[in-house]
Every structure is written in structure tokens, then in C-alpha cells.
Design a protein around this ligand. Structure first.
Ligand SMILES: [Zn+2]
Length: 324
């Protein structure tokens, strides 16, 4: 129902009906439309500037969470690096010291990952927080490198431990004949009067007095280098133990090994005799290190107690005549 509008005409003193033309209606409509349009644009501008769409706020929230995770990861990585450093210190200060190996130089441990710029793609990716992502990757790479060096070092240590076992089995460390009551050690290493030559000269070994035919043992693992007779040493066996060690057993009555034969500590290599320049049946035993004879008494530690060892030291230092 159309509303009819009136106005008061002062000339006619009557209410007259307002006549609305089609033009008026058009102009009115145009005004309302324009106003609506301006309002709409204004609302759109304000909302896009000051308000966010649900997707944008969701992404922002996700970004925030990712940042927290990255920072968390970096903290974890730093912790792992700390643990690895502790392992490295243990490696350098304990294991490598035990096996008398040089520590791994810090320049090797701290060496970079190398190669071309591994993070080029990331740098060009124009990420909002590329620095955080790159530094996390860098931390991971550093850690991987350190872990690799550390595992290599443990491989070395394992190898050294294996070698050490072989070395310990090879280095002479027992007496060449059974000497339970310690009565066998007749003469020690040092200047001694020779019983047959009748002058004082360097006695380069220890003499173990024992009945003819008493078994003589290899004092460490090794290879029989010589098993021959000489007019001075009599029947003599030389064992090459490796690691710079050699042992010699003189004046045997009989050999129990051949040249070139591998022997283990405790194997019978011959029997006590009185061959060569010898006054009575005994085993003259020598230990050589790096082509230099050394005092054999320092190599009897494996089969004696501390007290027995003290007694042996005392017996070996007596300035008596040797047996040959
Ligand atoms: Zn001797």
C-alpha cells in the first residue's frame, strides 16, 4: 500500500497532495545505492585491515607452534652436543690414556661439515624465520659430524683393546721354569763373577738352578726365532714376541720346539741342561727389549704374589757368582 504524502499550502490554506515524479524516484534510488556502495567498500577496507580471515589466524597459530617446536629442538640439540662433549672428554682422558694413544686433535673434532652451501635452497626460500630453520639444520649437521668422529674413535679403541690383549699375551711375564718355593733363582742380572771364565762381567740374565730335564716354558706368546747349539750358550732358544720383545733360554739339554714354530706362554720349549759355558744344570734366561737386554726380574709379575715378587727381587740382587 503506497503511502500518500501531503503538504500545507499557505496560499490556498489547504493540504495539497505531493506529486512524486518518476525522476524523483530514480534520483532517490540512485542516492541510496551510492551510499550503500560507499558503506560496503568502507566495511571491506576496515575488515581487511583490522580483522583476519579464519585461515590466516589458523596459519599464524600454526606458525607460532612451529616456532616453539624449533626452539625446543634447538635446546635438545644443544643438550645432545653437551653429552657428546662429555663422551669425547672421557675418550681423550681415559680410554686413549689407557691405550697410550694420542687424543684426537680438536681441529679434527671441530672440523666443519664442508662442501657447498648446504642451506642455499632454504636461504632462497624466503621463509619468515629461515634463520631459525637454518641454524637448526646446522646444529644437526654439526652433531652428526661429531658423532661420526666419536664412533670412529671407539672403533680405534676397540682395535687397540684387541691389540692390547694380544700384546699382554705376548710380553714375557712369567718365570721360565716352575719356581713354587722360590729356591730356583740362583743368580740375578748385573755384574757377576763368571764361574768358568773366573772374572766379573755383565750377566745379562737370571739363572734358574734346576735338575737336568726340568721343563722350560715360553714366557709369552711368540715365534721361535732360533733353536740352535753354540759353544758358549749351549742349546739356546730365542723367541720373538713382537712389540720389541725377545727372550733367550740357554744351556738346555734338549729342545722341545723347532725354529719358526709359534708358541704360547707356558708351552714347553726345552729342558734344563748343562750345555755350553755352564757350571751346573740351570736355565740362563734373558729378556731383550728393542735389541737391548733388560733385567728379567721385572718380567715375572704374572705368576707371583707381591710378597713372592719382593723375595725374587731380593734373590736377584744378591751379588753372588753366576752359573754361566
Ligand atoms: Zn747365567
Amino acid at each position: 500500500m503506497a503511502r500518500i504524502k501531503y503538504y500545507y499550502d499557505t496560499e490556498t490554506c489547504k493540504y495539497e497532495r505531493i506529486k512524486v515524479s518518476k525522476w524523483d524516484i530514480f534520483l532517490n534510488s540512485l542516492g541510496i545505492f551510492t551510499l550503500s556502495l560507499i558503506l560496503a567498500i568502507l566495511i571491506l577496507f576496515v575488515s581487511s585491515t583490522y580483522l583476519e580471515s579464519p585461515q590466516v589466524s589458523l596459519l599464524k597459530k600454526e606458525n607460532q607452534e612451529l616456532l616453539i617446536y624449533y626452539e625446543d629442538m634447538q635446546q635438545d640439540l644443544r643438550q645432545m652436543d653437551g653429552m657428546l662433549t662429555a663422551l669425547q672428554e672421557r675418550d681423550d682422558n681415559i680410554y686413549r690414556v689407557i691405550f697410550e694413544a694420542d687424543p684426537i686433535p680438536s681441529t679434527v673434532r671441530q672440523a666443519g661439515v664442508g662442501g657447498t652451501d648446504r642451506y642455499k635452497a632454504l636461504r632462497e626460500g624466503k621463509l619468515e624465520r629461515e634463520d631459525l630453520v637454518i641454524s637448526t639444520y646446522e646444529e644437526i649437521d654439526k652433531l652428526k659430524k661429531h658423532m661420526y668422529i666419536q664412533t670412529k674413535s671407539y672403533d680405534d679403541i676397540l682395535q687397540m683393546a684387541k691389540n692390547k690383549t694380544a700384546m699382554l699375551a705376548s710380553i714375557p711375564s712369567i718365570q721360565p721354569i716352575q719356581n713354587k718355593d722360590l729356591k730356583r733363582l740362583a743368580s740375578g742380572y748385573g755384574m757377576r763373577m763368571h764361574p768358568l771364565l773366573k772374572y766379573t762381567r755383565m750377566h745379562a740374565g737370571c739363572d734358574f738352578s734346576a735338575p737336568q730335564g726340568t721343563p722350560i716354558f715360553a714366557t709369552g706368546n711368540g715365534k721361535v726365532e732360533r733353536a740352535r747349539f753354540s759353544s758358549t750358550s749351549g742349546n739356546m732358544v730365542t723367541i720373538d714376541h713382537g712389540y720389541g720383545y725377545e727372550t733367550k733360554y740357554l744351556h738346555m739339554s734338549k729342545f722341545a720346539v723347532k725354529e719358526g714354530q709359534q708358541v704360547k706362554r707356558g708351552d714347553v720349549i726345552g729342558y734344563v741342561g748343562n750345555t755350553g759355558l755352564s757350571k751346573a744344570p740351570h736355565c740362563h734366561y734373558e729378556v731383550w727389549k728393542d735389541n737391548q737386554h733388560v733385567n728379567p726380574v721385572n718380567y715375572f709379575y704374572n705368576d707371583v704374589t707381591d710378597e713372592e715378587y719382593d723375595k725374587l727381587l731380593e734373590l736377584a740382587s744378591r751379588e753372588n757368582e753366576s752359573l754361566g
